[in-house]
Design a binder for this molecule. Structure first.
Ligand SMILES: [Zn+2]
Length: 410
């Protein structure tokens, strides 16, 4: 008997989830349209929709008259269902945002972090920003739906533990435990590229797309593989470490943070671009970069190289193009293996997307099978360098879309 009740509750939550996801991806949508798409009868749909409205997850949004018959009442997601806290733990920065249920930012802050400092210091810094964020948006009745944390490296989703982040040299960090104890929020932890892929699917350029790859490019290169409408995690949830696939295995090649040589990311990450520029400056190529560095009292950074490229600096433009060609090799391999509809580039390096994309596309065309290459659209994430920050928000929203009862009845 109790199994029966459990099954009924499970079926109800699954149906609520299906309807909520459809409203999320297709809004505005009517009850009648939901019934057609799901195959559930109209009275079941009405009961499910009423439940979602009572839980303040869905709103009625006026009616849609198409001339014939009674105008249908349209449904949409209630952006005010609650607030979400998102944290992106970068290798050299921490970003925190608070958004509504639809990912619209109401508060944000980014601070540099020192990757060479100890782990506890960076966690304390993050906690301080999260508490500031929660304090600043706390109005009467402010309801937090949860907190998402996007981190480089491999993550144990079930326990919310970072298993290993090669670029941070961190192992076995129990993020969920740490942050839920300190904030009392329901905490979701996910790999940064997987989180960003989820953001593209929920809020970005891949809302209707079932097969796409998200490439996160910054200090490292990570991948979020969205296949058959779902994030592909592999056997233990570690799939998508595309930056560590070897594209060159000569002993003389640069050692990657992971300890291996010849990893794709060592040719295409942000350090590789900085090294390319440095090498050019060392042989005294004509460039405005040294002047810009002096003016800004800055070391050689990607935003500075981008500024030089914008001013027409050949050395900056060529350095980006070289890295773009190296990226294109990786993209070509991914295209041949997965036949994606889209490959979306985001993360810190995407600020130079306009200089990287032409080279990426040219190399892809050369190294992937023609028919497959023509099907894959390569584009920049609308969230640009914030792709994983919005990803941290998206994993909380996705948790609620998957378990509308679990998210609220606590
Ligand atoms: Zn590696």
């Amino acid at each position: 008997m109790s199994n029966y009740i459990t099954d009924q509750a499970y079926i109800r939550e699954n149906n609520l989830s299906s309807v909520l996801r459809l409203i999320h991806s297709q809004a505005p949508i009517s009850r009648a349209q939901l019934a057609v798409i799901t195959g559930l009868n109209k009275s079941t749909i009405s009961s499910l929709v009423d439940d979602l409205i009572a839980r303040k997850l869905v709103n009625e949004a006026g009616s849609n008259s198409n001339g014939a018959g009674r105008p249908a009442i349209m449904l949409e997601i209630n952006s005010q269902a609650g607030l979400i806290v998102g944290v992106e733990l970068g290798v050299d920065f921490v970003s925190v945002a608070v958004t509504d249920f639809l990912g619209n930012i109401v508060w944000r802050r980014r601070e540099d972090a020192n990757p060479n400092e100890d782990q506890q210091k960076m966690i304390d810094q993050t906690l301080r920003i999260v508490k500031d964020a929660m304090g600043s948006v706390k109005k009467k009745n402010a309801h937090f739906l949860g907190m998402g944390l996007a981190t480089p490296g491999t993550v144990n989703l079930k326990e919310g533990i970072l298993i290993f982040a090669p670029n941070l040299h961190w192992r076995n960090v129990p993020f969920r435990k740490i942050f839920s104890e300190q904030t009392r929020l329901k905490v979701f932890v996910e790999n940064d590229a997987n989180a960003a892929a989820t953001a593209e699917h929920l809020f970005g350029t891949a809302r209707q797309c079932q097969d796409f790859l998200f490439v996160f490019a910054g200090v490292g290169i990570g991948g979020g593989l969205f296949l058959n409408g779902k994030l592909y995690r592999g056997k233990n949830g570690y799939a998508g470490e595309i930056g560590h696939s070897p594209i060159m295995a000569e002993p003389s090649q640069t050692v990657c943070h992971c300890g291996n040589r010849g990893c794709w990311e060592t040719y295409a990450n942000q350090y590789s671009i900085i090294q390319r520029v440095q090498a050019r400056l060392e042989v005294k190529r004509t460039s405005i970069i040294p002047k810009l560095m002096a003016e800004h009292n800055s070391s050689l950074t990607i935003p500075l190289i981008k500024q030089a490229a914008d001013a027409g600096d050949r050395e900056a433009i060529d350095s980006f193009a070289e890295a773009g060609h190296a990226m294109g090799q990786g993209f070509a391999g991914l295209t041949n293996i997965f036949n994606p509809e889209k490959i979306i580039l985001g993360g810190p390096l995407s600020i130079a997307g306009e200089y990287l994309l032409p080279a990426i596309k040219e190399t892809m065309a050369r190294h992937s099978l023609t028919e497959i290459d023509q099907q894959a659209e390569v584009l920049l994430s609308p969230f640009g360098p914030d792709a994983s920050l919005i990803g941290a928000i998206a994993i909380v929203a996705d948790g609620i879309l998957s378990q509308p009862l679990g998210g609220k009845e606590k």
